[in-house]
Design a protein. Structure first.
Length: 64
């Protein structure tokens, strides 16, 4: 399963993980960098500006 690890960029402490969200969209055209960042901002708090967060795509092995 594809997922995104979201990080808060802190100039003093470095990047801090704030959460992981699984990709659930079926239409690949809807999966854009802007859409992913906006999704993270929406879920992790309005106080985070899109310039203060970044993400990395990861693959999570599903347990059986």
């Amino acid at each position: 399963m594809e997922a995104y690890e979201f990080y808060r960029i802190d100039p003093k402490r470095g990047s801090q993980i704030i959460g992981v969200l699984p990709e659930r969209r079926k239409n690949p055209e809807r999966i854009t960098q802007k859409a992913i960042v906006n999704w993270g901002e929406e879920l992790f708090g309005e106080e985070l500006d899109t310039k203060d967060i970044c993400f990395t795509q990861v693959t999570i092995e599903e347990s059986r």
